[in-house]
Design a binder for this molecule. Structure first.
Ligand code: GLN
Ligand code: ZN
Length: 690
C-alpha cells in the first residue's frame, strides 16, 4: 500500500495572504507575491515528502480554478489578454477583485464546501497560453494536480455564443496539448462534476488522447451512477472518495484489475483523527484490492482543513497530522481513536405551526434590512479589547447599546418599516452562536474561505444545547427604543452546522435537529420579550445539498423540517422571515415552499428579477424580499435600477419587500446613502401603484 495526497492548504504563515493584500495596498511588489508562493510551495513539498506520490500545482496565490481558467486562455476581455494575464500577476489578481472601471468576476461556492472559486467567464475559444509557471516536477514522486475540463466548464459562465458541447471539444483539445507537453509525470485529473453532471459523451475520446499516466479523481460523492463507464476509461488510476461517497464501497467488486485505486479514506473536510470507522473502511477495501494497486489518501484536497492541530485539543487532526496518519496507517503504527457511530433516529413527524395562512403587510412595498450594519473599526476594536479583558462588561455593553440606539434612530429617520438592531455583538454570526452554545469548540487554525480570506469555523464536539438566552437582551433593548417592530434575528440550524466542522459519530441531519431545538428555545424567549418578527437566516441551505442526486431528498426533508422546528411553536400573530443569500432556486423550489415562512428575502440584485419570477411561478405562497442592491459593493445604487424589477413583477405589491440583498456589515459610511436611495425607490414604487 502506498500513500498520497490530493492537495494542501496555501495558508502557511499567511505568507501569500500578506503578500497579496500588501500588494493591493501598494506596500508589496508582484515579486513579493511570487516569492511568497514559492516559499509556501517549498514548505508544502517538504512536509509532504513522506508521501509516495506528492501533488504539485495544487495551490495558487488566489484560486486554483482561476489559475486553471487563465492557463487555458479563459480570461474576460475587460481585464486583458490571456497572455498578459498569465504573465502579469497584477492583472491576474484584478479578475477576482475588479478594477476601478471593471467589475470583478463573481465567486461561487466550490461544490458543497464553504470554499469559493472565481467563476470562469468564457468569451472566446480556449487556447493554451505560453509560459505557464509550473513548479518543480522533477523527482519520481511528483504528480501534477489539475482540475478537469468538465468541472471547469460546469463552473463557467458561457458568453461565447457556442454550445457547451462545442466548448468541451475545444477546451479538451487544449488540455490534451498541455498534458502531452508535460515531462513524464502522473496527472491527477479531478472531475467531481461527474457526480452532478454525469460523464459527457466526448469524454472517452478526450481521455484516450492523453499520453501521460492519468489518475482520474472523483470526490465529494460516490461514483456509482457512472461507474461502469468510468472504470472502462484508459487511465492508470482512479481516485474515489469513501467518506462523502460511502456507497463507493459497493463498487470494489467491479474495480478493474488493470488500474490502481486511490482510496480517499481520511476525511479531507473534517478535523477529527482517523477512527475505528476509518479502519473498517480500509479493511473492506484491502479485502478486494491488492496492496500493490492501492494508494490511500485524504478524501479530497486538505485545503478545507487548517494547517496543523498543534496546540489544539488531542482529538483533532488537521492537514499536517492527516499526512502523518496516512504514514502511520501504511506502517501499521496508527492508533485509531474509538468513535462509535450512533444512528440517531430522525423525527418522522413534520414540524409546522398551527396557523396555515401567510401574513401579508398592509402597505405596498414594505421595507426592511437583512440584519447587520457596518462594523466599524471602533466596534471591532472594543469587541477585541472586551474579549481580552481590557474593556469591562459595562463599558462594552454601553458601546453596543450606543450602536443600536444610533442605528434605530437612523432607520426611523430613513422611514424603514421593520427595523433590525444591527447585530453589533456578532463579529461572525456562526462563531457568535457557537461560543454561547454548549457542544461547540473553537479552534485556532484557519482555512481559506476564498482568495486571501481565511476563516475559523467552530467545531461541533458534543450535544448542542442552549445555556442561556443569546440574543434577547439586544433585541429587547432595540425594541424598547421604537414604536416600530424590530426583527429578532438568529442563524438557522442548517447554516450553523454547515459552516462548522460537524461531528462524525452522528449524522449531520441529527445535528440539524439538535441545533434547531436550541434555537427554538431562543425564539421562545424572544417572543416572551415582546418581539413580533423573527428572522431565521439560512444562507447555507442550498450549498448543503449533496452532490449525489439520490441523497438530495433526504437532506432537504430534514434540513427543512429542522428549520421549521425552530419556529413551530410561535403564536399566530408572529411573523416569520428567512433570508438566503443565493439565487439558485431551481432544484430546491419545493423545499423553499415547505419552509413555510411568511417573508423570504433572497439575493436578487445580481439575478435581476429572475429569482422572484421563478419563486412566483413555482407557487411560493409568502411574500418575497427582493435584494434590490448589492451589499458587496460600495457603489450607490440608482433609484431607477432598483424600481424596474419590482415594478415589472406581476405580484401583489404588498407581498414584495424592498431590502438590500444581504447584511451591510462589510460596508462603510456609504451604507446610509445606499439605504436612503433604496427608500426613495420604495416611495416611488408606492406612488406608482396608487
Ligand atoms: N443577518 C445576517 C446579516 O445581515 C445574514 C448574513 C448572511 O446571510 N450571510 O449579516
Ligand atoms: Zn445574506
Amino acid at each position: 500500500m502506498k500513500i498520497t495526497n490530493l492537495g494542501f492548504p496555501n495558508v502557511y504563515k499567511s505568507l501569500i495572504k500578506k503578500a497579496v493584500e500588501g500588494f493591493w495596498r501598494g506596500k508589496r511588489s508582484k515579486e513579493d507575491i511570487i516569492k511568497a508562493e514559492n516559499e509556501v510551495i517549498e514548505f508544502n513539498a517538504d512536509v509532504q515528502s513522506n508521501l509516495d506520490l506528492q501533488p504539485v500545482f495544487d495551490i495558487d496565490v488566489y484560486d486554483r480554478l482561476l489559475r486553471t481558467s487563465v492557463m487555458f486562455g479563459i480570461v474576460p476581455e475587460r481585464f486583458g489578454s490571456p497572455e498578459e494575464t498569465n504573465r502579469d500577476i497584477g492583472i491576474y489578481l484584478s479578475i477576482p477583485r475588479g478594477t476601478e472601471r471593471e467589475k470583478a468576476s463573481s465567486m461561487v461556492k466550490w461544490f458543497n464546501t464553504n470554499y469559493h472559486v472565481v467563476q470562469p467567464e468564457i468569451e472566446h475559444d480556449p487556447k493554451l497560453v505560453s509560459g505557464i509557471r509550473l513548479s518543480d516536477l522533477s523527482g519520481k514522486n511528483k504528480k501534477l494536480a489539475l482540475i478537469g475540463p468538465l468541472t471547469l466548464l460546469s463552473y463557467a459562465i458561457n458568453n461565447s455564443g457556442q454550445s457547451n458541447v462545442e466548448l468541451f471539444k475545444k477546451l479538451s483539445k487544449t488540455y490534451i496539448s498541455f498534458i502531452n507537453s508535460l515531462p513524464d509525470v502522473i496527472v491527477q485529473l479531478e472531475e467531481p462534476s461527474f457526480i452532478t453532471e454525469g460523464i459527457p459523451e466526448d469524454y472517452r475520446g478526450f481521455i484516450g488522447l492523453l499520453e501521460r499516466k492519468i489518475h482520474l479523481h472523483i470526490y465529494f460523492g460516490a461514483a456509482n451512477s457512472f461507474a461502469e463507464e468510468l472504470f472502462s476509461f484508459p487511465v492508470a488510476g482512479i481516485g474515489l472518495d469513501f467518506i462523502d461517497g460511502d456507497s463507493n464501497l459497493e463498487l470494489l467488486n467491479k474495480f478493474p484489475s488493470d488500474k490502481t485505486l486511490i482510496a480517499g479514506i481520511i476525511n479531507g473536510r473534517n478535523v477529527w483523527r482517523a477512527s475505528t470507522g476509518t479502519k473498517e473502511i480500509l479493511e473492506k477495501i484491502t479485502e478486494k484490492i491488492p496492496e500493490e494497486r492501492l494508494y490511500i489518501s485524504p478524501s479530497c484536497s486538505l485545503q478545507h482543513v487548517p494547517l496543523t492541530s498543534e496546540g489544539e485539543a488531542e482529538i483533532f487532526s488537521f492537514a499536517l497530522e492527516k499526512l502523518k496518519e496516512l504514514e502511520a496507517i501504511k506502517n501499521g503504527t496508527i492508533n485509531y481513536i474509538d468513535i462509535q457511530y450512533e444512528d440517531v433516529p430522525l423525527p418522522t413527524e413534520d414540524y409546522s405551526r398551527s396557523k396555515k395562512t401567510y401574513w401579508v403587510s398592509d402597505i405596498s412595498y414594505p421595507t426592511t434590512t437583512i440584519g447587520t450594519f457596518p462594523q466599524t473599526p471602533e466596534l471591532r476594536k472594543i469587541r477585541k479589547d472586551w474579549k481580552s479583558g481590557v474593556v469591562s462588561d459595562d463599558e462594552y455593553e454601553e458601546f453596543i447599546k450606543d450602536y443600536i440606539r444610533l442605528w434605530i434612530s437612523r432607520q426611523e429617520e430613513l422611514g424603514i418599516d421593520i427595523l433590525v438592531h444591527g447585530e453589533p455583538e456578532r463579529a461572525d454570526m456562526v462563531q457568535y452562536f457557537a461560543e454561547l452554545l454548549e457542544g461547540f469548540t473553537t479552534i485556532k487554525g484557519s482555512v481559506q474561505s476564498y482568495g486571501t480570506r481565511h476563516v475559523r469555523p467552530p467545531v461541533i464536539s458534543g450535544k448542542i444545547k442552549r445555556k442561556k438566552p443569546m440574543t434577547v437582551k439586544w433585541a429587547k433593548y432595540a425594541q424598547s427604543l421604537t414604536e416600530k417592530s424590530v426583527k429578532g434575528i438568529i442563524t438557522g440550524p442548517v447554516t450553523m452546522v454547515q459552516w462548522s466542522f460537524p461531528r462524525e459519530d452522528i449524522s449531520k441531519n441529527a445535528q440539524f435537529y439538535e441545533m434547531a431545538e436550541a434555537l427554538a428555545e431562543e425564539v421562545d424567549d424572544l417572543i416572551k420579550a415582546g418581539i413580533k418578527h423573527i428572522q431565521i437566516d439560512e444562507p447555507a441551505l442550498r450549498e448543503g445539498l449533496p452532490l449525489e442526486h439520490s441523497k438530495r431528498e433526504h437532506y432537504l426533508r430534514h434540513a427543512v423540517n429542522a428549520f421549521r422546528l425552530v419556529y413551530a411553536n410561535v403564536p399566530d400573530d408572529v411573523v416569520v422571515h428567512s433570508h438566503m443569500c443565493f439565487s439558485e432556486f431551481t432544484d430546491i423550489m419545493e423545499a423553499i415552499k415547505e419552509m413555510g415562512v411568511d417573508v423570504l428575502s433572497i439575493e436578487d440584485s445580481k439575478a435581476k428579477g429572475k429569482t422572484a419570477d421563478f419563486l412566483k411561478e413555482g407557487g411560493f405562497p409568502g411574500s418575497i424580499g427582493l435584494g434590490v442592491f448589492d451589499v458587496h459593493s460600495p457603489r450607490i445604487p440608482q433609484v431607477e435600477e432598483m424600481i424596474t424589477i419590482p415594478d415589472s413583477l406581476n405580484i401583489d405589491p404588498k407581498k414584495i419587500w424592498i431590502n438590500p440583498d444581504c447584511g451591510l456589515k462589510t460596508r462603510g459610511d456609504e451604507a446610509y446613502t445606499q439605504l436612503k436611495k433604496m427608500m426613495e425607490a420604495a416611495l416611488r414604487l408606492r406612488e406608482d401603484t396608487k
